[in-house]
Design a protein around this ligand. Sequence first.
Ligand SMILES: Nc1nc2c(c(=O)[nH]1)N[C@H]1C(S)=C(S)[C@@H](COP(=O)(O)O)O[C@H]1N2
Ligand SMILES: [Mo]
Length: 330
Amino acid sequence: MRIHSKHSGFDHPRASEITPRAKYEQRRALLRLLAAGAGGAALASWAGREALAATRPGKLAALEGQRSAVAGAVTMEKPTEYQDATGYNNFYEFGTDKADPARHAHTLKTRPWTVEVEGLVARPRRFDIDELLKLSPQEERIYRLRCVEGWSMVIPWVGYSLAELIKRVQPLGSAKYVEFVTLADKAVMPGVNGRILDWPYTEGLRLDEAMHPLTLLAFGMYGELLPNQNGAPVRIVVPWKYGFKSAKSIVKIRFTEKEPATAWNKAARNEYGFYSNVNPDVDHPRWSQATERRIGEGGLFAKKRKTELFNGYAAQVGQLYAGMDLRKNY
Ligand SMILES: Nc1nc2c(c(=O)[nH]1)N[C@H]1C(S)=C(S)[C@@H](COP(=O)(O)O)O[C@H]1N2
Ligand SMILES: [Mo]
């Protein structure tokens, strides 16, 4: 994870990080200029759903969804360029460099694939991925994603509320939490040979968080199936929490009575809590969380954005945390 100095007005990336990031942003800016042609008009082409469909990247099978009617599910902010959303990733199973997942994740085989649903449910069962995909109508959701490291993106996902799956397996009264277990296959994931995390990568939510309509079970993005580096064939997306809560390439969903351990909490308990709700007022012990850089926005020297409480989804999810001390439950 990225280290910032907490005391300076603007945060200083580590020296080791400046070169790759600056280079990356420069290359992106250049490609955009080329794509835009002399007038640069294409830069202003975002104008809602039609524009999005017209810019479907055409790299993977189409997976479209009805625009979601869930409150807050579609931000009107301009989506991040597909190249950025698929070229600058955290997926440590494939390496820790932001470019590693795009470089290495092609080895992941996403068919056949099953997701085991087990634990405290009346109807535990194993789903084939294509059956899971058709369990409920696909929706398009345009979410902000805020990484704990201080950057953000806007991504048009395709999926449906995780609640749709949860309802079908019927949690028992004793179920209080949901744990997500992801693939850890040394044969295709070079990062799993290293000890940076305790594999498999696991995550968890409280049952009411998992049932919230904004919590998405995602199968696609930008109108197509998920690229491997973004968590194919199925991941969750929890837009009001730091990005690491959104587990990729899920193989098991388990309902539990006790709060499940999570990969980042095990790695650094005082830095990555179970809740990890986006909160500009609760700093990471080693850096501020007050601002963020939107990936694709003008490189290293672009003005930073103010980070919003619950990543801007407070109206929808604030009630989940009524009466809780957000500093203690970080
Ligand atoms: N299995 C797994 N899931 C993961 C991660 C990971 O390393 N392994 N990284 C997380 C982090 S830190 C972020 S910010 C998001 C990034 O999602 P994206 O690459 O689709 O933008 O995925 C999350 N899910
Ligand atoms: Mo992240």
